[in-house]
Design a protein around this ligand. Structure first.
Ligand code: IVH
Length: 678
């Protein structure tokens, strides 16, 4: 059929427009047109291609996936796809640098290209005359699999390179990956649809790229960053890797914006440390940094070992996921009687720390995981987030395995494990010991809470000592702390006389406190530090708080009917009133608080503090914010107005970035305090 020129022109123009918008959207993250307009362009192109039989392999319509293959064909890599040697510390990285200098017979500082080591799947893309001809997995390094059909569904990989002067043949290599956000969205959808939950982004990407049916791959929002060039024919390319990245980007290929050129190994190490600090806030999972000699001639003269190049090194970060075995599940009784299952694990080094136990939250979580004692599980600890069990490793295999007899069902205990009292169901998923402060576990927990750093701050009175004092019968409730004498403390096992003196001094010192600390230390249900401060700012005096009814309590910002009820119930209880009287008789006191009736410049704004601050403690920063009317919360949500992020900020910072919340550093924070306190 003769195709009118007008149609041919329109098809050419549509393809150009679509690739242009694709690049803006997927590689540069700055779309110019709404999604619906983009879809209209695709629909029009599809219609024309179908009506006039004009579809070509590099047409953007090919990205939606095609008929399934029956099997993968093999691809032999003309230039082997090597892997990387790895180091875990500074010293070994310095040795790498020394070896290079020795081989190059040079004392001069080496220029390196530093890049994130993305935890994904390696891929080779072969472009001929600018058109994506073939994509292949790494396989064993020599022979891989042809995955062209799947790679075409990845929106940020150009089917045709942009510039006109592209090489007749150029092979680009890089890492295909799934972003953390993409992964979470997939799992959110899987949960709604009741389909299989994905374990982690890397496995999901690896699975997606090895589908015979590319329509399945197209449903996974894969991405790619290029990290090197393989075969090149018919073109001169830059002589440094950094220049090569610029060229690849000019062809429309995605390159990692976190790459950086550094002089000397000390600067590379700094890059690694900076990257590690940023790890949590990156959009994708990384397992380290890659340090490469930047000069491509030097790379050639250094050459390769059997499996890896001599000019590159992976600096590995601690793994964030490891497998281990659940040795037992114990039930802990919290301060308010909540019974929480805790898994005892075979100790495992993950995310930079050794983890030997982790909370399972509640019985529903155990059911969701399908967990039994004896199971092999995957433990994840990313950044400063508490470690958690993400998955049981193949429960079916666990069942069939030789030690299946050892697998034990996890049952809620019939009675409180600490005092034997009855357990009551509280709400949907929680269980509670019904005994209140008669239960020794609740007693210990309430004393630990009372003495803790953010409450009465009794230095030296830690968890172990509290347990020892309660078990020895020296204290049974918080007021007893102030009756302890030097002889009693010094008489305890493993207690020196100096430590005993220090503890007595710390107990006395703690009597000078603040009202919010005291209120928080009482351990009223749902009354955290922020609520305690809110109550004090509103009422000013303890007696007024104690006398308030639920209606007036609810007038305090952030206090709803449930919390108001908890507070009123606490102060209705005779035992609690007697406790407060005893504590005050022991000399616990606080400076009078002036209720601030003036304008609060940060009234009702929600702040979150994360990372460390140099000029003040977190508590002080919190107090300053609260004094200006702000609420200081422990976690970031869409209601957060501002996040103050210091060095070492982790998941809270990345969440704030994801949600587009205003983030300020210490300097800006100090300026803000200065401005507002004037
Ligand atoms: S360079 C010959 N750069 O890590 C050197 N690899 O453990 C080829 N990887 O198979 C690799 N990010 O899949 C290089 N920026 C990066 C990388 C990277 C991730 C992967 C790659 C490689 C594996 C080696």
């Amino acid at each position: 059929m003769a195709v009118p020129d007008k149609i041919k022109q329109e098809v050419g123009k549509l393809r150009q427009q679509i690739e242009h918008h694709n690049h803006l959207y997927h590689s540069l993250d700055s779309p110019e047109i709404p999604d619906a307009d983009f879809d209209a362009l695709i629909t029009r192109l599809e219609t024309l291609e179908r009506s006039y039989d004009l579809a070509t392999p590099d047409s953007p319509t090919q990205r939606v996936g095609s008929e399934p293959l029956t099997r993968f064909t093999q691809v032999v890599h003309e230039m082997a796809m090597l892997s990387l040697d790895k180091v875990f510390d500074e010293k070994d990285l310095e040795d790498f640098d020394s070896r290079i200098k020795k081989r190059l017979e040079s004392d001069a500082q080496i220029e390196y290209s530093c890049e994130p080591k993305i935890d994904g799947v390696a891929v080779s893309l072969m472009y001929r005359n600018g058109v994506l001809e073939r994509a292949a997995t790494r396989g064993d390094g020599v022979t891989g699999e042809n995955i062209t059909h799947n790679v075409k569904t990845i929106q940020s990989i150009p089917l045709r390179l942009k510039s006109l002067d592209v090489a007749p043949v150029v092979e680009v290599r890089g890492e295909i990956f799934l972003s953390k956000q993409g992964f979470e969205r997939l799992n959110a959808r899987a949960e709604v649809e009741g389909s299989k939950i994905f374990v982690n982004p890397r496995n999901t990407a690896a699975g997606a790229i090895r589908q015979l049916d590319s329509r399945s791959t197209a449903k996974i929002p894969l991405q790619m960053y290029c990290y090197s060039v393989g075969i090149v024919e018919g073109i001169e390319l830059p002589t440094r890797l950094s220049g090569m990245f610029t060229t690849l980007a000019s062809w429309g290929l995605p390159v990692n914006p976190h790459r950086s050129t550094r002089w000397g190994i000390t600067e590379c190490l700094q890059y690694c440390l900076d990257l590690l600090a940023k790890r949590d806030s990156l959009e994708y999972q990384i397992d380290g940094a890659v340090i490469k000699v930047n000069d491509l001639d030097a790379q050639r003269s250094l050459g390769n070992n059997a499996k890896s190049p001599r000019w590159a090194m992976a600096y590995k970060f601690p793994a964030e996921e490891k497998s281990t075995v659940v040795l037992d599940v114990e039930f802990q009784v919290g301060r308010t009687g909540t019974i929480t299952p805790v898994a005892r694990l075979r100790p495992v080094f993950v995310g930079g720390v050794t983890v030997s136990n982790t909370t399972l939250h509640n019985m529903d979580e155990i059911a969701r995981l399908g967990l039994r004692v004896g199971d092999t599980v995957i433990v994840r600890r990313a950044g400063d987030v508490i470690p958690k069990i993400v998955k049981v490793v193949d429960p079916e295999k666990n069942q069939k395995s030789a030690n299946s007899r050892k697998r034990k069902k996890i049952k809620l205990p019939a009675a409180c494990p600490a005092c034997g009292s009855a357990i009551e169901k509280d709400g949907e998923v929680l269980y509670r010991c019904s005994a209140g402060l008669i239960c020794p576990a609740q007693r210990k927990e309430s004393i630990k809470h009372f003495a803790s750093r953010t409450a009465m701050d009794i230095e030296g009175l830690g968890d172990k000592l509290v347990a020892q004092l309660v078990d020895e019968g020296l204290i049974s409730q918080v007021a007893d702390i102030f009756d302890l004498n030097l002889d009693q403390i010094a008489g305890l096992e493993r207690m020196g006389s100096k430590s005993a003196e220090n503890l007595v001094a710390a107990i006395n010192q703690s009597k000078q406190t603040t009202l919010p600390r005291f209120l928080y230390a009482l351990g009223i249900r749902e009354v955290g530090e922020a609520t305690a401060s809110g109550l004090v700012n509103h009422f000013g005096e303890l007696d007024k708080i104690m006398a308030a009814d639920t209606a007036s309590l609810e007038r305090v910002a952030d206090i709803g009917p449930i919390v108001a009820q908890h507070i009123a119930t606490f102060f209705d209880n005779e035992n609690n009133l007697a406790l407060i009287t005893t504590l005050r008789a022991h000399g616990i006191s606080w400076p009078v608080v002036a209720i601030d009736v003036g304008e609060k410049p940060l009234q009702d704004q929600a702040y979150v503090l994360t990372g460390s601050l140099e000029s003040m403690s977190r508590n002080e920063a919190k107090a300053r914010l609260v004094a200006l009317g702000a609420k200081v919360a422990g976690s970031v949500s869409k209601n957060t107005d501002c996040v103050v992020a210091g060095p070492g900020a982790g998941s809270k910072l990345s969440k704030a970035q994801q949600l587009g919340i205003n983030i300020i550093d210490e300097r800006e924070f100090l300026l803000l305090l200065d401005d507002l306190s004037r």
